[in-house]
Design a protein around this ligand. Structure first.
Ligand SMILES: [Zn+2]
Length: 502
């Protein structure tokens, strides 16, 4: 790292926006290191509130910060959200005093000229970093589609954000000051700035999305993955070390934006799911990981095929002992959900008005299939008589009479997980004895749970959102698989868009 550039918010806490842009630029090169102030001085400028900022005042503030922070701090940038002016010009996007190592940027009007605050900030961070490298660089008043156009005509900014061009004269001036490595770093920064533009279809490096990904979604099967993607039509592709992600930015109720990264496990089972979660946590560090897809249901009158289970606890039966005579004994692992997951799930009934359309046929993209009630005994049931009877009760309660046309519902309950596709009623009964309130059984949650505890340092919240495509003890019609994929994906999307998962 050759240039350490610190960026401070003045008049407000703008650190989230700054951090997003910083992370993008730092992820693609290592000659310029952009950073927020150390924790003890993070809020240094928050209370310096002005209706309009004059650059000389900001230079004084940055000077005071330099003194307070101590240590070598040659390059400082102030970011404000109000009007910015100098003694010569009013209404600037940004200004600099390169000799002092100072620059200032306002976020006030970016939306009039740029499509995203992050490309706007990336642009100015690069521009001022270069003017720190070569303080003699001056802007030119004429528009040459150059990074160093004065931007007196504010629409020149939009041009620069998508072209990233630097004119011949300025290229020469920079060449004198940059070594070959730094030159490459500048190229990388300009290229990733262009990639932020709304019209860009470039695949983004996953690590540039680290500060812009609050939620990760992992799907296992191709049909689960497609069902999730259908709900996030506007997205960008990102490439990580071992996998690709689809990244969407979802506007939520309070005007904020939530970044969602979606990936698919390479195959079924705990190990592949754990690897997907490990990669996601290291590359994108989401606060939440949602495991969205299908599961098998334990027969119950309260819920059935197509309904969605939200996991409040994990009962992991992956570890077993094979005993003489073919008997299997399982050691139960897993544990409770993260406290934030419990908090959300306990509160959901009070917030249903915020996501109530999740189960409409329109949101689901499909009508709930019709299930006929078998006459007893029926070859669609399997298991012993007691199990068959509870299957029958479940099917009747959820598909007879008016229930035949009810929309899917969600259930909050523990989930059983193992590396076994459970179609055996005896095994389900055995597990159920130590997981009495579990309503679903699936094959990946245990792995994701472990990844979150280890790689996520216990701070990653894990929630399985599982549509019931099967009931253990019942041979259902095949269309339930597609429907269960869609009901899980629709509920996941609705909870995110309602701003409930953050
Ligand atoms: Zn130029």
């Amino acid at each position: 790292m050759l240039y350490h550039i610190e960026i401070l918010s003045f008049g407000d806490d703008l650190d989230a926006e700054i951090l997003e842009a910083i992370n993008i630029l730092n992820a693609v090169q290592s000659d310029f290191e952009f950073a927020l102030p150390p924790e003890r001085l993070r809020s240094f400028g928050y209370n310096f509130v002005r209706e309009e900022y004059v650059t000389t005042e900001l230079w004084e503030q940055l000077e005071a910060y330099r003194k307070a922070a101590r240590g070598p701090r040659p390059y400082l940038i102030a970011v404000v959200a109000q009007k910015l002016r100098s003694h010569r010009y009013k209404n600037l996007f940004g200004s600099r005093r390169a000799a002092g190592g100072f620059a200032a940027i306002t976020l006030r009007d970016w939306h009039l000229y740029a499509d995203f605050h992050r490309s706007f900030l990336c642009y100015y961070f690069i521009r001022y970093a270069l003017s720190f490298v070569n303080p003699s660089i001056k802007a030119h008043v004429e528009t040459l589609d150059c990074l160093f156009d004065f931007k007196g005509n504010k629409h020149d900014l939009e041009k620069s954000l998508s072209s990233g061009r630097i004119c011949q004269q300025h290229t020469q001036e920079l060449n004198g000051a940059l070594n070959p490595e730094t030159k490459k770093s500048v190229r990388e920064m300009v290229s990733i700035m262009k990639a932020q533009h709304a019209t860009s279809t470039q695949t983004l490096p996953a690590k540039t999305l680290k500060k812009a990904t609050q939620i990760g979604i992992i799907a296992i099967r191709p049909d689960e993955f497609s069902a999730v993607l259908e709900h996030f039509p506007e997205r960008r592709s990102a490439e990580g070390r071992n996998r690709f992600y689809e990244h969407a930015r979802i506007p939520v109720r309070d005007g904020a934006e939530i970044g969602v990264a979606i990936t698919k496990s390479f195959e079924q089972g705990q190990v592949a799911a754990q690897a997907a979660a490990n990669d996601m946590i290291r590359e994108l560090a989401p606060q939440w990981i949602l495991l969205v897809g299908i599961a098998g249901g334990i027969p119950n009158a309260e819920y059935s095929l197509g309904d969605v289970v939200l996991s409040s606890r994990v009962h992991d039966f992956s570890v077993s002992a094979a005993l003489e005579g073919g008997k299997l004994e399982h050691q139960q692992q897993g544990g409770p959900a993260h406290i934030e997951v419990e908090k959300l799930l306990a509160y959901l009934p009070a917030k249903e008005h915020l996501f109530k359309t999740w189960n409409s046929a329109q949101s689901l993209g499909m009508e709930r299939p019709v299930e006929t009630i078998p006459e007893e005994p029926d070859d669609r049931y399997y298991g012993d008589e007691k199990w068959k009877s509870s299957v029958h009760n479940s099917i009747e309660a959820n598909f007879a009479g008016r229930a035949a046309h009810r929309p899917p519902r969600y259930v909050v309950s523990p989930v059983m997980t193992a590396n076994t596709l459970v179609k055996d009623t005896e095994l389900a009964r055995q597990w159920g004895q130590s997981a009495r309130h579990a309503s679903a059984v699936e094959m990946e949650l245990g792995g994701i749970y472990v990844a979150a505890r280890h790689d996520g340092g216990g701070s990653t919240r894990v929630l399985a959102i599982r549509g019931l495509s099967d009931i253990v003890g019942y041979k259902r019609s095949p269309e339930w698989t597609a429907f269960a994929c869609k009901s899980a994906a629709s509920l996941a999307y609705a909870l995110i868009a309602a701003g409930l998962i953050k």
